[in-house]
Design a protein around this ligand. Structure first.
Ligand SMILES: Cc1ncc(COP(=O)(O)O)c(C=O)c1O
Length: 386
């Protein structure tokens, strides 16, 4: 067993370590710059200036205007506000009550849509995906109805890393005048979030997936997209998300975004090389193993597999005992013995889906780490199969 300092983290899709730049940027806002951004005095003005600078940073990155950026408490809240806010406003204005989401959404989207259907009278329809977890724009075209209130398709999937054709799907929705939301929580560190290019009306971001703090996020809301707020109160964030803004975390998340901007090109090359090395060697050295998700249209840091006759919970425990932190799918599912809905939606059999492994790389991942991980993985799978 490794000692603690030798632990190797291979679960960057679950969360990422916060970067020093973000911690440093946050620090003064816990101390002397503690003001409430809504206050009129100097303390408030300092906090407000930091808030608006962070907003500008996100607006530039997303190619939108600052008043289209709403700060939230994270990816889950952004998804909730996008779905609930949009469909309630659309139903009130137009009577539309049909919600179209993909079969591979994060629970923050799928459970929200389910609740809207079960308790609030909306009709939810699921867009099937292909065997690589990708939504076809043609299918979206076919499923859109005059009464569709919202379409939501995940940008890059958290369990299998597959990247959806957001630009094309967005174009189809735009032509029909139907609001389109994408969950870009996993995509932020690696893919373009240019909302003009992507043709999206609503886009969710969560700070801790790109080296920022937990408990803070962004929802982009295109001007002209009606949203009924989920949270009412003091009217912050243009009335769409009341509550005193979490200035230290917003500032930290903005610093993390700048860190992403500096490193994204490098990660897209280096991490993809490491990912491909890992995928190649796992498939080569472990019989009856399969890659899940698309072989090339996938996040550069993301490798995911299924192994026949392996229990993923036991595999994760054995790997952890050797100092390797991985996941079986989404972090929220860890400890849940039922197979992943995402894998089942891709047509993977239930038994096989129980043997899933997600290995996600990040800024500190090295080839040496993967070289020590690989033989350990091979050995543990052998043990579980024998
Ligand atoms: C794609 C996706 N959406 C939403 C979320 C929810 O983020 P949070 O738990 O930080 O609110 C996650 C987190 O795992 C995610 O991967």
């Amino acid at each position: 067993m490794m000692n603690k300092s030798n632990r190797i983290y291979l679960d960057y899709a679950a969360t990422t370590p916060i970067v020093e730049e973000a911690i440093e940027a946050m620090y003064p806002f816990f101390r002397d710059k503690f003001g409430n951004p809504s206050s009129l005095h100097r303390y408030g003005q300092i906090a407000e200036a930091a808030l608006e600078e962070a907003r500008e940073t996100f607006a530039r990155h997303l190619n939108c205007t600052a008043d289209e950026i709403i700060f939230t408490s994270g990816g889950t809240e952004s998804d909730n506000l996008a779905l609930r806010g949009c469909v309630f406003a659309r139903r009130e204005q137009t009577g539309a009550n049909h919600i179209l989401i993909s079969a591979v959404e994060h629970h923050a989207v799928s459970h929200t849509a389910e609740q809207l259907a079960t308790h609030f009278g909306f009709e939810m329809e699921i867009l099937n995906v292909d065997s690589q977890g990708i939504v076809s724009p043609d299918l979206v075209q076919k499923r859109l109805r005059p009464n569709t209130a919202l379409v939501s398709v995940i940008y890059a999937n958290n369990e299998i890393g597959s990247i959806n054709p957001i630009q094309e799907i967005g174009k189809i929705c735009r032509e029909k005048g139907i609001p389109f939301h994408t969950d870009a929580v996993q995509a932020t560190a690696y893919l373009s979030l240019d909302v003009e290019l992507l043709n999206v009306d609503l886009l969710s971001i969560g700070g801790h997936k790109f080296y920022g703090p937990k408990g803070v996020g962004v929802l982009y809301v295109r001007k002209g997209t009606s949203i009924l707020p989920n949270q009412t109160g003091g009217g912050q964030e243009w009335g769409l998300r009341s509550g005193t803004q979490n200035i230290p975390y917003i500032v930290g998340m903005s610093a993390a975004l700048k860190f992403v901007q500096k490193n994204q090109a490098l990660w897209n090359k280096n991490l993809a090389d490491l990912r491909d090395w890992l995928i190649h060697h796992v498939l080569d050295q472990i019989p009856n193993s399969q890659l899940t998700g698309h072989p090339t249209k996938r996040l550069p840091n993301h490798a995911s597999f299924v192994f026949e006759k392996v229990n993923s919970q036991k595999l994760l425990a054995l790997l952890d005992a050797e100092g390797f932190a991985c996941s079986s799918g989404s972090a929220c599912k860890t400890g849940n013995p039922s197979p992943s809905e995402v894998l089942l939606a891709m047509g993977i059999a239930c038994d096989l889906a129980m043997g899933s492994l997600r290995v996600t790389l990040g800024k500190d991942t090295t080839l040496e780490q993967l070289e020590s991980f690989l033989p350990c993985l091979v050995e543990k799978i052998d043990i579980l199969r024998s």
